[in-house]
Design a protein around this ligand. Sequence first.
Ligand code: ZN
Length: 292
Amino acid sequence: MTRSPISRRFGRYKMQHAAAYAIGAALHRAPPFPSASDNNRIQTLARRITQCAVSTTLKIATPPGDATHIVYRNKRRCRSGLCPPCARKRAWETVKRIAAVLDAVIVASPDMRFALLTLTSRNMPIEAVSDMLRLQESAMARFFRAKAVRNALQGHVTGIEIAIRSEDGNWQAGVHSHSLAALCDSYFDRTKPIYLSQRAIVDLWRAALRVDYKPICHIRAIPNSDAAHASLTECLKYAVAPHRLFERDNGGFSVDPLVAAHLANALYKRRMCRTAGVFSKPRRPNAEGTAV
Ligand SMILES: [Zn+2]
């Protein structure tokens, strides 16, 4: 029997709820860090995420005369990027907010083209994840400031993402970013040298990262505005890719306390989403007084 979309979504919500308990439990068991303030912060977060999971109720309801829907109630949301239900909610709010900006950009410039840009760096041990985020941020700032990039792009929305993987019991973190980039008008005009080839992107990102290896980068043109919306969701979907974080055991989830603690420190007060150019300018009424 194939499951309906709503029951699949309900299954996903239940899994995220169980994962929140697992994250809370892992943080409670986190190994001590040298700094007392780090430890206090981690224990406070552990309590908040556990409270968040405890106060959540989740059920499927079909009121008479109404469609079946999921009832998700939580009056004590922890709003942590590490809590899967809160991260889902936050991503949804961010996508909704920026989708409205994207709509305004498309209305103002119906011919604008977009591209999806992915910038990565090499995996490193989980202990380095905070430093890696800082490096990604400063490298992104250098990359988007580079003349060739400024000439080609009118703005971008970027989400930074952490992917975790275990290799022979050693945890590694990979940091990368996905950007929805608004391209300049003559970007695809071969008579104007502003087009960024795959190779040019690799060279620019390598210089921005200040490394001597060839980092993995992709740039892909987006065919139309529907696809631009889908790419926006792709860019902002989560800060920590959940698949590898949770190891399933006996039907439940388990999270390595060390990994959870390093992620908690890395995500503390960090913005994982950036906007620039056409995506950050407020759309003001034009000279004729009509909104553009
Ligand atoms: Zn939460």
